[in-house]
Each structure stands twice: as C-alpha cells, then as structure tokens.
Design a protein around this ligand. Structure first.
Ligand SMILES: Cc1ncc(COP(=O)(O)O)c(C=O)c1O
Length: 381
C-alpha cells in the first residue's frame, strides 16, 4: 500500500463510523447540557426532553409509536430482553439456525432454565422456509425469533410471512433487525412483528446503545432490576449522549433512505461482485439467489483460507471480515454458512465485504485489485 493511500473500510456490518452531525448532536450532552433524565430540575428535564426527541426519531424510522421504543445498552441486550422478557420455563421458543449469537446463545441459556427450543433450518440460499416454521410450531410455542437480515450474508428473511404463520398458531414474533435498520426501509406495521431489535452502531451512531421496539399492549419481564427508568422496562440511568446520537443517526438514516443512496450502494456492491467473480476463478457468492442487503457480499474463493486472506487484505489496505469465528484458539466455520449447506472448507474460505454509505467507485475498483492479487498470491504459495 502506498503510504499516503488511506485504507478502505468494507466492514460496515461490523460497525460504522459516527456521522459528523451525530457527533455534533451528542457533544453538548456530556458538557453544558448534561443531566440525569430522571431528575425533576431543569437539568434533568432538558436531558429527558432530549431522550424523548430521540425516541420519536427512532420510532419514525420504524413507523412505530415512540411509547413502544425502549432504549437499551445495544443490540445484544435488545435481543436478550426480547427472549428473556417473554419466556418462562415450560414455554417453547423457535429460532432460526442463522441467527446471530445474541439470539442463539440467549436461547441456549433459556433452554437451561426449562424453555424448550427448536432451531429451524434454512435452505441453501439462507432463507427460512415458511413450511419449516409451520412444522416446528407447537401449542406451547410462545415466541418465534427470526432475523430480518443476516449479518454475514445479508440474506433477508420473509419476516412478514413468518409473523402471519406464528400468529395463526398463537405465538409472537421477534425479529433482530440490527443489520437491516438504516440500510433498508423497516416498517414494523408492514412486517407485522411483535418485537424488533436495533443497534445504533450499525447505523452511523455510537456503540453501546440500542433499542427494543415492543408492540403496544405487550408486557415483558425486565432483564435489569433497579429504578423505574424507561417506563419500568429497563432500569438504569439512561445514556443520554448515546441515545441522542442514536436519535440523530435514525433521523439521518431516514433521510438517506429517501435518496438514491441505497441504490448507489447496491450498484457498487453488484459491480464489486461481478468483478471479483469475473477475475477470480473458483469464486462463489453465498446466498446469491436470495434477496440480500444491498451493501453485503459474502463470497468464497476455493482453496483460500479466509483468516489468511483477511490478514493479507488488511496488509494491503482493505478491511473486511472472515466468515468464521475464533473460538478458544480453534477457527470454527461460520454457523450461518454451514446452515446453508456449505462444507467446512467452503465456509472457511468465505469472506464478507460490507460497503458503507460512503464507499466510492474508486474504492471498489481498488478493493477489487487488492482481492484479486491477494487470492492469486495465496493460491500460488
Ligand atoms: C444481526 C445482529 N444481531 C445482534 C448483534 C449484536 O449487536 P450489538 O453489537 O449492538 O450488541 C449484531 C452485531 O453484529 C448483529 O449483526
């Protein structure tokens, strides 16, 4: 890499930078506009006002009511709050095999407390088939949790159809929309879901802040016990600067979604996908036949180990992520890719490139050249 060439960031599904206008909105809430939103004096009332403005901004992104939005400490907490808030021993939970660990590990923890858990498979394109959900439902099923879009492949699930099926069986539907929000329009009324998780840092707002949308009328057991914050749904002094940033990020996302920005990102991703496939023999796009988030490309290169490729790309100024997780020193193939029927070798040769709103054509062209050269080098060793 040329010393003056800035590295290219193609890992927007991992996290996104805070937008300048989001940072500007947050800054005063650490300094001159500080306050505890529970306090009755003017400092507290000002913080509370900012919190409620952010709640409206997040609700507007989802076509929801502000009173249905509870702020949390991030997406993982939102997912846990949905599952632990609804389920008790004797209940049945259905999750898809391609959920994020925030859902899968929460489900496993609930299983240890007497909740029975079914994990429904997806097809080779990563889609949860409605028939598979139908077959897993029982009279005890209280909740179905299926994500809106997958973090590794971008594959979008037929959540509205799955919600209808769950409802017909008397169950509720939670969707982890953490990757979808801010990248594609999300409307809770259209989706007909009952609970929806989102996370600020996937939409150009700070890390460590999230929200759970809960349909009006539904009551959850709180995860945290303490004060009566967030209408007794989530105890603990609110992270006012972070939440203000989340609100500003949601407003910016809404604005961006109304422009041709998503289409442009989609065209860049498609161009990247075509160029890599054309220049690298033995490359396969994971989930290619499915509807996918327009910014996400999961691609495998035969004979290449993703963990080596990720390092090689980083050394040449391209930040992407591998499709595998390092667990206690051993590299495990991605559970998402193996659920789609990929062999261990195929899963371990997959990388994810996820474009940001700011990714340019020049960056895509440079990234293509970097990947083509790195794959060639690794294959010729
Ligand atoms: C689909 C999905 N769910 C949950 C999470 C966890 O969110 P957070 O990082 O805000 O805890 C992530 C983060 O990568 C995600 O992609």
């Amino acid at each position: 890499m040329n010393a003056v060439t800035p590295p290219i960031y193609m890992d927007a599904n991992a996290t996104t930078p805070v937008l300048p206008e989001v940072l500007d909105a947050m800054l005063p809430f650490w300094t001159e506009r500080f306050g505890n939103a529970s306090a009755v004096h003017s400092f507290g009332r000002r913080a509370k006002g900012a919190l409620e403005t952010a709640r409206v901004q997040v609700a507007e992104l989802l076509n929801a009511k502000a009173s249905e939005v509870t702020f949390t400490g991030g997406g993982t907490e939102s997912d846990n709050m949905a599952l632990f808030g609804l389920l008790s021993s004797g209940d049945h939970l259905i999750v898809s095999a391609v959920e994020h660990d925030a859902v899968l590990h929460a489900a496993a923890a609930l299983e240890a407390t007497g909740v029975s858990v079914s994990r429904v498979a997806c097809d080779k394109d990563g889609i949860v088939q409605p028939e598979a959900l139908e077959a897993a439902l029982t009279p005890q099923t209280r909740l179905v949790s299926v994500m809106l879009a997958n973090n590794e492949t971008g594959v979008v699930q037929p959540v509205q159809q799955l919600a209808e099926i769950a409802h017909r069986a008397g169950a509720l539907l939670h969707t982890d929309a953490i990757q979808a929000c801010g990248k594609t329009p999300v409307d809770v009324r259209q989706l007909q879901c009952d609970l929806l998780s989102l996370s600020a840092h996937k939409m150009y707002a700070p890390q460590g802040v999230g929200a759970l949308w809960v349909r009006a009328g539904l009551t959850l057991k709180p995860l945290l016990h303490g004060g009566s914050h967030e209408r007794r749904r989530r105890a603990g002094t609110e992270n006012v600067p972070g939440i203000v940033g989340f609100g500003a990020g949601a407003a910016a996302a809404r604005q961006w979604l109304s422009t041709d920005g998503p289409e442009q990102v989609g065209q860049l991703r498609d161009h990247l996908e075509r160029c890599l496939a054309a220049h690298i023999p033995g490359s396969v796009v994971n989930g290619v036949a499915a509807t996918r988030l327009r910014n996400t490309l999961s691609i495998r290169f035969d004979g290449v180990l993703a963990e080596e490729l990720v390092i090689a790309l980083d050394l040449h100024g391209l930040a992407v992520s591998g499709g595998s997780a390092c667990q206690s020193g051993a590299v495990e193939p991605s559970h998402v890719l193996t659920a789609m029927g990929l062999s261990t070798a195929e899963a371990r040769s997959s990388v994810r490139l996820s474009l940001a709103r700011t990714t340019s054509q020049a960056e895509v062209d440079r990234a293509t050249a970097i990947v083509v050269a790195a794959v060639e080098r690794l294959r010729s060793r």
